[in-house]
Design a protein around this ligand. Structure first.
Ligand SMILES: Cc1ncc(C[n+]2csc(CCOP(=O)(O)OP(=O)(O)O)c2C)c(N)n1
Ligand code: SF4
Ligand SMILES: [Mg+2]
Length: 455
C-alpha cells in the first residue's frame, strides 16, 4: 500500500463515496480537483458547519453533489452573486465556488468582474478545461486561438480571455494558476486562496479528454497530463505576471509576501490581516458581526487569524513529519489512526516504535528551516523537467535516492506482513486487523511460522 499522509486518509469523509462512480468521464480532470479539494478541506479542518460550496452548471458544477458540505447548485453563470450573498449574510462561513471556465468567464463573466471589483470575500476554483465540456465541446472563453472544437471545426479564430488580467485588475485580489498535474502545488494554492482575506481565484488547467483532448489529438488523459508536466513551469520568484505556461501565485502589488520577495512574517506581524500591510482595507468589508449558530472555530481561525508564512511552513513540515511516522505503521494501523480509533503516538508506541518528544507531549513539531514567504513547494519527480539543472542536483538526488530506498524497504516490510497475514485463518486476521491481538501472537496461536512458506 503506497504511503499516505493522514490528510489523504481523512479526505474521504468530505466525499459522498456512496454516490461513486461519478458521472464524469474516466480520465476527466474534475475528479482530481475534487479529491485535492477534499484533502485541503480535511487539512484545514473545514467541514459542513463552516464551509459552503457553490457550483454552477456544467460538468464541473456536479462537484457540489459529491461533497459532504452544504452546497448550492446555481443557475449557469450565477455562482458569484449567490456566493457573495451567502458571504454577506453569513460572514463567518468560508464560501468556495467551483465552476467551469464557461460558467465563470462566459455567461458569468459580468458577475466575475463586479465580484472582483467589490472584493467579495469568496474563493473561486475555476476548472479551466478550455472548453464547454458538458454540452459537447464548444468553444469557450478560455479556448486557445486555433483550437478545433465542435463549434469551431477549423479552429477558434479568437483569442482567449485574459483571466489573470481580469483578476489582477483589482488591487486586492489573489490570483493563482496551477494544473491538475501539479498536485502539491494545486493543494497549496487552494489552501492559500481559501485563507485569503478577500477575493481569490485559482485558475486550474485540467483535461476534458472526451470533448476537447481527443479532438485536438491527445490519445488519452495521461497524454494531456504529460503535456502539462512538460510545458508548465513554476514562475520565478518576484514574477509580476505569469506567462501562458507558468504556474504560481500573484498577490496584490503591495503585498509583502509577493512571490517570496519580502518578509511576509514580519509584515503579517504588523497585524493588518492576511499580511496585507500596505493594502487598503477591503472595500465593502463588513464590520465584524456576531457569529451565527453555525460559527465554527475553524472558519474563524482561517479568516481572522491568517497563518504567517512561518506558521504555514511549520504546519507543512509537521504534516510531512506525521506522514513519515505514519509510513512506519502497517496499513491496518494507519487506517485505525486515520479513523481516530487511536492516536499516532499510541499507534507508534504499540508498534514498539519511538514516539518523538513533540508528539508525546502534544507540542508542535520542530520548526523547519526557514522557507521564503510565498515559496510554494512543488513535489517533483525524477522525470519532472523542472528538477533538471538545479544547483543542488547531486545532493537532492542522493537524498531522494535514500528516501526511495527507505520507502521501498517499508513497502517490502508491509508486503511481507500482508503475505504472512494471508496465512492466518480469517477470524485471527480480523482480530489482528482490529488490534485485539498482535500479528506475532496470532501467528503463534495459529502455529504458523512467519518465515516458512506453507507446504
Ligand atoms: C442559461 C443557460 N445557458 C446555456 C446553458 C447550456 N450549458 C450548460 S453547461 C454549459 C457550458 C459548460 O461549460 P463550462 O462552464 O466550461 O463547464 P464544463 O462542462 O466544461 O465543466 C452550457 C453552455 C445552460 N444550461 N443554461
Ligand atoms: S465531458 Fe469533459 S469535462 Fe465533462 S466529464 Fe467528460 S471529460 Fe470531464
Ligand atoms: Mg469548461
Amino acid at each position: 500500500m503506497p504511503e499516505l499522509t493522514m490528510a489523504e486518509l481523512g479526505y474521504k469523509k468530505h466525499l459522498k463515496v456512496e454516490l461513486f462512480p461519478t458521472i464524469w468521464c474516466p480520465g476527466c480532470g474534475i475528479g482530481t480537483i475534487m479529491m485535492q479539494l477534499a484533502i485541503v478541506l480535511d487539512e484545514m479542518a473545514l467541514d459542513e458547519t463552516n464551509t459552503v460550496i457553490v457550483t454552477g452548471i456544467g460538468c464541473t458544477g456536479r462537484m457540489g453533489s459529491y461533497l459532504k458540505h452544504e452546497s448550492v447548485y446555481t443557475l449557469h453563470g450565477r455562482t458569484l452573486p449567490v456566493a457573495e450573498a451567502i458571504k454577506t449574510v453569513r460572514p463567518e462561513l468560508n464560501v468556495i465556488v467551483v465552476a467551469g471556465d464557461g460558467d465563470t468567464a462566459s455567461i458569468g463573466g459580468n458577475h466575475l468582474i463586479h465580484t472582483i471589483r467589490r472584493n467579495a470575500n469568496v474563493t473561486v476554483l475555476c476548472n479551466n478545461n478550455e472548453i464547454y465540456g458538458l454540452t459537447g465541446g464548444q468553444t469557450g472563453p478560455t479556448t486557445p486561438t486555433g483550437t478545433k472544437t465542435l463549434s469551431s471545426p477549423i479552429g477558434n479564430p479568437n483569442p482567449p480571455i485574459n483571466l489573470q488580467g481580469i483578476v489582477r485588475s483589482s488591487e486586492h485580489a489573489l490570483y493563482a494558476k496551477t494544473t491538475v498535474y501539479h498536485l502539491q502545488h494545486l493543494r497549496n494554492v487552494m489552501r492559500e486562496a481559501i485563507e485569503w482575506d478577500g477575493f481569490s481565484f485559482v485558475d486550474i488547467t485540467s483535461q476534458c479528454i472526451e470533448n476537447n483532448g481527443r479532438r485536438i489529438g491527445f490519445a488519452s488523459a495521461n497524454e494531456m497530463l504529460t503535456f502539462y508536466r512538460k510545458t508548465y513551469k513554476r514562475a520565478a520568484k518576484g514574477a509580476e505576471a505569469l506567462d501562458q505556461y507558468e504556474i504560481g501565485v500573484l498577490y496584490p502589488a503591495q503585498h509583502p509576501a509577493r512571490n517570496g520577495e519580502a518578509d511576509g512574517a514580519a509584515a503579517a506581524a504588523n497585524g493588518n490581516g492576511a499580511g496585507m500591510t500596505e493594502v487598503p482595507e477591503r472595500p465593502g468589508a463588513l464590520p465584524s458581526q456576531p457569529a451565527g449558530p453555525l460559527t465554527s472555530v475553524a472558519a474563524t481561525a482561517v479568516r481572522d487569524r491568517p497563518a504567517t508564512d512561518d506558521e504555514k511552513a511549520r504546519k507543512r513540515a509537521e504534516s510531512q513529519e506525521r506522514a513519515a511516522l505514519m509510513g512506519q505503521l502497517s496499513s491496518e494501523v494507519k487506517l485505525a489512526v486515520a479513523r481516530k480509533e487511536l492516536t499516532l503516538a499510541e499507534a507508534l508506541a504499540q508498534a514498539g516504535l519511538a514516539v518523538p518528544e513533540w508528539l508525546r507531549t502534544g507540542a508542535n513539531a520542530p520548526a523547519p528551516a526557514s522557507v521564503a514567504p510565498g515559496d510554494v513547494k512543488i513535489s517533483a519527480t525524477a522525470e519532472d523537467p523542472r528538477t533538471q539543472d538545479q544547483p543542488t542536483e547531486l545532493a537532492t538526488k542522493s537524498a531522494a535516492a535514500e528516501r526511495v530506498d527507505e520507502k521501498e524497504a517499508k513497502r517490502a516490510e508491509a508486503q511481507r506482513k500482508l503475505a504472512v497475514m494471508q496465512r492466518l485463518p480469517s477470524e485471527l486476521k480480523l482480530r489482528v486487523a482490529k488490534r485485539e491481538i498482535s500479528l506475532d501472537d496470532a501467528l503463534r496461536e495459529a502455529g504458523v511460522s512467519p518465515d516458512k512458506e506453507p507446504a
